[in-house]
Ligand binder design. Structure first.
Ligand SMILES: *[C@@H]1O[C@H](CO)[C@@H](O)[C@H](O)[C@H]1NC(C)=O
Ligand SMILES: *[C@@H]1O[C@H](CO)[C@@H](O)[C@H](O)[C@H]1NC(C)=O
Ligand SMILES: *[C@@H]1O[C@H](CO)[C@@H](O)[C@H](O)[C@H]1NC(C)=O
Length: 273
Protein backbone atom coordinates (compact mmCIF):
# COMPACT_ATOMS: atom_id res chain seq x y z
CA UNK A 1 0.00 0.00 0.00
CA UNK A 2 2.77 2.40 1.00
CA UNK A 3 4.64 1.44 -2.15
CA UNK A 4 1.59 2.15 -4.27
CA UNK A 5 1.28 5.62 -2.72
CA UNK A 6 4.93 6.23 -3.47
CA UNK A 7 4.46 5.21 -7.09
CA UNK A 8 1.50 7.57 -7.36
CA UNK A 9 3.55 10.35 -5.80
CA UNK A 10 6.43 9.67 -8.18
CA UNK A 11 4.00 9.88 -11.07
CA UNK A 12 2.63 13.12 -9.63
CA UNK A 13 6.20 14.49 -9.48
CA UNK A 14 6.74 13.53 -13.06
CA UNK A 15 3.50 15.22 -14.17
CA UNK A 16 4.32 18.30 -12.10
CA UNK A 17 7.79 18.48 -13.63
CA UNK A 18 6.34 18.31 -17.12
CA UNK A 19 3.78 20.96 -16.24
CA UNK A 20 6.56 23.18 -14.93
CA UNK A 21 8.42 22.82 -18.17
CA UNK A 22 5.33 23.57 -20.20
CA UNK A 23 4.44 26.55 -17.99
CA UNK A 24 8.03 27.83 -18.22
CA UNK A 25 7.92 27.66 -22.01
CA UNK A 26 4.76 29.73 -22.25
CA UNK A 27 4.72 33.51 -22.72
CA UNK A 28 5.29 35.01 -19.30
CA UNK A 29 2.84 37.81 -20.05
CA UNK A 30 0.11 35.28 -20.35
CA UNK A 31 0.64 33.77 -16.92
CA UNK A 32 1.81 36.69 -14.79
CA UNK A 33 2.13 39.83 -16.82
CA UNK A 34 2.77 41.93 -13.65
CA UNK A 35 5.94 39.98 -12.77
CA UNK A 36 9.30 39.99 -14.47
CA UNK A 37 11.04 36.66 -14.95
CA UNK A 38 13.51 37.60 -12.23
CA UNK A 39 10.73 38.37 -9.76
CA UNK A 40 9.11 35.14 -10.59
CA UNK A 41 12.29 33.16 -9.92
CA UNK A 42 12.68 34.90 -6.58
CA UNK A 43 9.04 34.76 -5.59
CA UNK A 44 7.35 31.69 -6.78
CA UNK A 45 3.65 31.68 -6.17
CA UNK A 46 2.37 30.45 -2.84
CA UNK A 47 0.75 27.37 -4.36
CA UNK A 48 3.89 26.31 -6.14
CA UNK A 49 5.90 26.53 -2.94
CA UNK A 50 3.48 24.37 -0.98
CA UNK A 51 3.40 21.89 -3.77
CA UNK A 52 7.16 21.74 -4.03
CA UNK A 53 7.44 21.24 -0.29
CA UNK A 54 4.91 18.45 -0.35
CA UNK A 55 6.68 16.80 -3.22
CA UNK A 56 10.02 17.33 -1.55
CA UNK A 57 8.63 15.47 1.50
CA UNK A 58 7.17 12.73 -0.65
CA UNK A 59 10.36 12.33 -2.61
CA UNK A 60 12.24 12.10 0.61
CA UNK A 61 9.77 9.56 1.91
CA UNK A 62 9.86 7.52 -1.24
CA UNK A 63 13.63 7.64 -1.38
CA UNK A 64 13.45 5.65 1.85
CA UNK A 65 11.82 2.79 -0.11
CA UNK A 66 13.32 3.12 -3.55
CA UNK A 67 16.69 4.69 -4.20
CA UNK A 68 15.24 5.60 -7.57
CA UNK A 69 12.30 4.88 -9.87
CA UNK A 70 14.35 2.41 -11.89
CA UNK A 71 15.02 0.32 -8.83
CA UNK A 72 11.31 0.40 -8.02
CA UNK A 73 10.43 -0.67 -11.54
CA UNK A 74 13.05 -3.37 -11.46
CA UNK A 75 11.59 -4.67 -8.22
CA UNK A 76 8.07 -4.49 -9.66
CA UNK A 77 9.15 -6.28 -12.83
CA UNK A 78 10.83 -8.95 -10.76
CA UNK A 79 7.67 -9.37 -8.67
CA UNK A 80 5.48 -9.58 -11.78
CA UNK A 81 7.87 -12.08 -13.37
CA UNK A 82 7.81 -14.14 -10.18
CA UNK A 83 3.99 -14.04 -10.09
CA UNK A 84 3.82 -15.05 -13.75
CA UNK A 85 6.06 -18.03 -13.00
CA UNK A 86 3.84 -18.90 -10.04
CA UNK A 87 0.72 -18.71 -12.22
CA UNK A 88 2.37 -20.87 -14.87
CA UNK A 89 3.30 -23.43 -12.21
CA UNK A 90 -0.26 -23.38 -10.87
CA UNK A 91 -1.66 -23.75 -14.38
CA UNK A 92 0.60 -26.76 -14.95
CA UNK A 93 -0.54 -28.29 -11.69
CA UNK A 94 -4.17 -27.65 -12.56
CA UNK A 95 -3.71 -29.28 -15.97
CA UNK A 96 -2.04 -32.27 -14.32
CA UNK A 97 -4.87 -32.54 -11.82
CA UNK A 98 -7.45 -32.33 -14.62
CA UNK A 99 -5.62 -35.01 -16.58
CA UNK A 100 -5.44 -37.21 -13.49
CA UNK A 101 -9.16 -36.73 -12.88
CA UNK A 102 -9.87 -37.60 -16.51
CA UNK A 103 -7.77 -40.75 -16.22
CA UNK A 104 -9.57 -41.68 -13.00
CA UNK A 105 -12.91 -41.27 -14.78
CA UNK A 106 -11.74 -43.46 -17.67
CA UNK A 107 -10.43 -46.04 -15.21
CA UNK A 108 -13.72 -46.03 -13.36
CA UNK A 109 -15.64 -46.49 -16.61
CA UNK A 110 -13.32 -49.35 -17.54
CA UNK A 111 -13.83 -50.95 -14.13
CA UNK A 112 -17.59 -50.62 -14.41
CA UNK A 113 -17.47 -52.23 -17.84
CA UNK A 114 -15.28 -55.07 -16.52
CA UNK A 115 -17.69 -55.52 -13.63
CA UNK A 116 -20.58 -55.77 -16.09
CA UNK A 117 -18.65 -58.29 -18.16
CA UNK A 118 -17.82 -60.41 -15.13
CA UNK A 119 -21.42 -60.22 -13.98
CA UNK A 120 -22.57 -61.23 -17.46
CA UNK A 121 -19.98 -64.00 -17.60
CA UNK A 122 -21.08 -65.29 -14.21
CA UNK A 123 -24.68 -65.23 -15.35
CA UNK A 124 -23.90 -67.04 -18.60
CA UNK A 125 -21.73 -69.56 -16.73
CA UNK A 126 -24.53 -70.23 -14.26
CA UNK A 127 -26.90 -70.65 -17.22
CA UNK A 128 -24.43 -73.02 -18.90
CA UNK A 129 -23.98 -75.07 -15.72
CA UNK A 130 -27.75 -75.27 -15.33
CA UNK A 131 -28.04 -76.49 -18.91
CA UNK A 132 -25.15 -78.94 -18.41
CA UNK A 133 -26.80 -80.23 -15.27
CA UNK A 134 -30.09 -80.66 -17.14
CA UNK A 135 -28.19 -82.59 -19.84
CA UNK A 136 -26.72 -84.87 -17.16
CA UNK A 137 -30.11 -85.88 -15.83
CA UNK A 138 -30.54 -89.16 -17.65
CA UNK A 139 -32.32 -92.11 -16.03
CA UNK A 140 -35.06 -94.47 -17.16
CA UNK A 141 -36.75 -97.61 -15.96
CA UNK A 142 -39.51 -99.63 -17.66
CA UNK A 143 -41.30 -102.97 -17.38
CA UNK A 144 -42.51 -105.12 -20.22
CA UNK A 145 -46.30 -104.92 -19.94
CA UNK A 146 -48.55 -102.02 -19.14
CA UNK A 147 -51.74 -103.70 -17.86
CA UNK A 148 -51.86 -107.14 -19.41
CA UNK A 149 -50.18 -110.42 -18.46
CA UNK A 150 -48.94 -113.27 -20.66
CA UNK A 151 -46.00 -114.61 -22.59
CA UNK A 152 -43.68 -113.10 -25.21
CA UNK A 153 -42.14 -115.63 -27.61
CA UNK A 154 -40.98 -117.92 -28.80
CA UNK A 155 -39.95 -116.49 -32.18
CA UNK A 156 -37.74 -117.95 -34.86
CA UNK A 157 -35.32 -114.99 -34.70
CA UNK A 158 -34.11 -112.58 -32.02
CA UNK A 159 -36.52 -109.70 -31.44
CA UNK A 160 -36.07 -106.32 -29.79
CA UNK A 161 -38.21 -106.04 -26.67
CA UNK A 162 -40.23 -102.90 -26.13
CA UNK A 163 -40.64 -102.21 -22.44
CA UNK A 164 -43.86 -100.21 -22.50
CA UNK A 165 -44.57 -99.68 -18.82
CA UNK A 166 -42.36 -96.66 -18.19
CA UNK A 167 -41.67 -95.76 -14.52
CA UNK A 168 -39.20 -93.00 -15.21
CA UNK A 169 -37.70 -91.49 -18.33
CA UNK A 170 -35.75 -88.43 -17.24
CA UNK A 171 -34.05 -86.89 -20.24
CA UNK A 172 -36.22 -88.94 -22.64
CA UNK A 173 -33.23 -90.92 -23.88
CA UNK A 174 -35.28 -94.14 -23.82
CA UNK A 175 -37.93 -94.59 -26.50
CA UNK A 176 -40.79 -96.87 -25.25
CA UNK A 177 -42.14 -97.29 -28.81
CA UNK A 178 -38.90 -98.77 -30.23
CA UNK A 179 -37.39 -99.99 -26.94
CA UNK A 180 -34.12 -98.22 -27.83
CA UNK A 181 -32.03 -96.04 -25.52
CA UNK A 182 -29.84 -93.45 -27.31
CA UNK A 183 -26.92 -91.86 -25.42
CA UNK A 184 -27.36 -88.04 -25.47
CA UNK A 185 -23.79 -87.44 -24.25
CA UNK A 186 -20.56 -89.29 -23.80
CA UNK A 187 -20.23 -90.94 -20.41
CA UNK A 188 -20.34 -94.01 -18.22
CA UNK A 189 -23.82 -95.58 -18.10
CA UNK A 190 -25.25 -98.38 -15.99
CA UNK A 191 -27.85 -100.79 -17.51
CA UNK A 192 -29.76 -103.57 -15.87
CA UNK A 193 -32.19 -106.27 -17.08
CA UNK A 194 -34.29 -108.83 -15.26
CA UNK A 195 -36.06 -111.81 -16.80
CA UNK A 196 -38.89 -114.06 -15.63
CA UNK A 197 -40.48 -117.07 -17.25
CA UNK A 198 -42.80 -119.93 -16.72
CA UNK A 199 -40.92 -123.17 -17.17
CA UNK A 200 -43.88 -125.44 -17.61
CA UNK A 201 -42.84 -126.03 -21.14
CA UNK A 202 -39.37 -126.43 -22.56
CA UNK A 203 -38.54 -122.84 -23.47
CA UNK A 204 -35.75 -121.16 -21.55
CA UNK A 205 -36.00 -117.46 -20.70
CA UNK A 206 -33.08 -115.60 -22.21
CA UNK A 207 -32.65 -111.88 -22.89
CA UNK A 208 -29.50 -109.89 -23.78
CA UNK A 209 -28.37 -106.26 -23.61
CA UNK A 210 -27.23 -105.16 -27.07
CA UNK A 211 -24.99 -102.17 -27.81
CA UNK A 212 -25.08 -100.92 -31.41
CA UNK A 213 -26.07 -104.44 -32.58
CA UNK A 214 -23.39 -106.19 -30.50
CA UNK A 215 -24.32 -108.56 -27.69
CA UNK A 216 -23.04 -107.38 -24.29
CA UNK A 217 -24.57 -109.37 -21.36
CA UNK A 218 -27.33 -111.96 -20.95
CA UNK A 219 -29.86 -112.91 -18.29
CA UNK A 220 -30.84 -116.54 -18.61
CA UNK A 221 -32.92 -119.05 -16.62
CA UNK A 222 -34.18 -122.50 -17.47
CA UNK A 223 -35.67 -125.34 -15.45
CA UNK A 224 -38.30 -128.04 -15.98
CA UNK A 225 -40.83 -126.87 -13.40
CA UNK A 226 -42.10 -123.66 -11.81
CA UNK A 227 -41.12 -120.14 -12.73
CA UNK A 228 -37.60 -118.88 -13.36
CA UNK A 229 -35.83 -115.58 -12.77
CA UNK A 230 -32.53 -114.07 -13.73
CA UNK A 231 -30.90 -110.71 -13.99
CA UNK A 232 -27.75 -109.02 -15.21
CA UNK A 233 -26.25 -105.58 -15.39
CA UNK A 234 -23.34 -103.72 -16.96
CA UNK A 235 -21.55 -100.40 -16.93
CA UNK A 236 -20.79 -99.16 -20.44
CA UNK A 237 -18.79 -96.28 -21.84
CA UNK A 238 -21.01 -94.72 -24.48
CA UNK A 239 -20.36 -92.10 -27.10
CA UNK A 240 -23.09 -89.69 -28.13
CA UNK A 241 -25.60 -91.55 -30.29
CA UNK A 242 -24.67 -95.05 -29.17
CA UNK A 243 -27.82 -97.21 -28.86
CA UNK A 244 -28.70 -99.81 -26.23
CA UNK A 245 -31.67 -102.21 -26.32
CA UNK A 246 -32.73 -105.66 -25.12
CA UNK A 247 -33.29 -108.71 -27.31
CA UNK A 248 -35.28 -111.83 -26.63
CA UNK A 249 -33.27 -114.60 -28.24
CA UNK A 250 -34.82 -116.95 -30.79
CA UNK A 251 -36.86 -119.86 -29.40
CA UNK A 252 -36.98 -118.35 -25.90
CA UNK A 253 -39.99 -117.19 -23.98
CA UNK A 254 -40.63 -114.77 -21.16
CA UNK A 255 -43.73 -114.17 -19.09
CA UNK A 256 -45.00 -111.25 -17.12
CA UNK A 257 -47.91 -109.85 -15.15
CA UNK A 258 -48.70 -106.69 -13.28
CA UNK A 259 -45.90 -107.73 -10.91
CA UNK A 260 -43.44 -106.38 -13.54
CA UNK A 261 -40.83 -109.14 -13.39
CA UNK A 262 -39.15 -108.17 -16.65
CA UNK A 263 -37.50 -104.77 -16.47
CA UNK A 264 -34.97 -102.71 -18.38
CA UNK A 265 -33.32 -99.79 -16.59
CA UNK A 266 -30.42 -97.44 -17.29
CA UNK A 267 -28.86 -94.20 -16.10
CA UNK A 268 -25.85 -91.98 -16.62
CA UNK A 269 -23.24 -92.50 -13.89
CA UNK A 270 -21.14 -89.52 -14.99
CA UNK A 271 -20.31 -87.73 -18.23
CA UNK A 272 -16.86 -87.97 -19.81
CA UNK A 273 -14.98 -85.51 -22.00
C1 LIG B 1 13.63 19.65 0.76
O1 LIG B 1 14.03 18.89 1.92
C2 LIG B 1 15.40 19.10 2.29
C3 LIG B 1 15.68 18.13 3.48
O2 LIG B 1 14.62 18.00 4.40
C4 LIG B 1 15.58 20.59 2.70
O3 LIG B 1 16.90 20.80 3.05
C5 LIG B 1 15.18 21.48 1.54
O4 LIG B 1 15.19 22.83 1.92
C6 LIG B 1 13.76 21.13 1.06
N1 LIG B 1 13.41 21.88 -0.13
C7 LIG B 1 12.21 22.50 -0.24
C8 LIG B 1 12.03 23.14 -1.55
O5 LIG B 1 11.36 22.47 0.63
C1 LIG C 1 -24.28 -57.49 -20.20
O1 LIG C 1 -25.55 -58.03 -20.49
C2 LIG C 1 -26.52 -57.06 -20.75
C3 LIG C 1 -27.85 -57.78 -20.90
O2 LIG C 1 -27.73 -58.97 -21.62
C4 LIG C 1 -26.12 -56.29 -22.03
O3 LIG C 1 -27.06 -55.29 -22.31
C5 LIG C 1 -24.77 -55.64 -21.82
O4 LIG C 1 -24.33 -55.03 -23.00
C6 LIG C 1 -23.75 -56.68 -21.37
N1 LIG C 1 -22.53 -56.00 -21.01
C7 LIG C 1 -21.32 -56.41 -21.40
C8 LIG C 1 -20.19 -55.59 -20.93
O5 LIG C 1 -21.16 -57.41 -22.08
C1 LIG D 1 -38.75 -116.35 -9.41
O1 LIG D 1 -39.42 -115.21 -8.89
C2 LIG D 1 -40.75 -115.48 -8.48
C3 LIG D 1 -41.36 -114.16 -8.07
O2 LIG D 1 -40.54 -113.48 -7.15
C4 LIG D 1 -40.76 -116.53 -7.37
O3 LIG D 1 -42.07 -116.81 -7.00
C5 LIG D 1 -40.06 -117.74 -7.81
O4 LIG D 1 -39.91 -118.68 -6.74
C6 LIG D 1 -38.68 -117.44 -8.39
N1 LIG D 1 -38.12 -118.65 -8.95
C7 LIG D 1 -36.96 -119.17 -8.55
C8 LIG D 1 -36.56 -120.44 -9.24
O5 LIG D 1 -36.30 -118.67 -7.69
Amino acid sequence: MKRLICILLLLETFVFAVQQQVDGGRSENEISPQLSSEDRRQNPTQTDTVRAETLNDSQQNCHLYFPDIHAALRELTATVTEQKANIRALETRLRDAEQAAEQQTLLLEELNKKNDEISNLTQSQVEELRKENRDRQIAFSAALMQSTSGNVGPFTTDITLTYRNVFTNIGNAYNPITGIFTAPLKGAYMFRISVHGTAIQTYPSTVSIIKNGEHVVTAHAHQAVNVVNSSNGVVLLLEVGDVIFVRLLANRRISDSQNNYNTFSGFLLFPLK
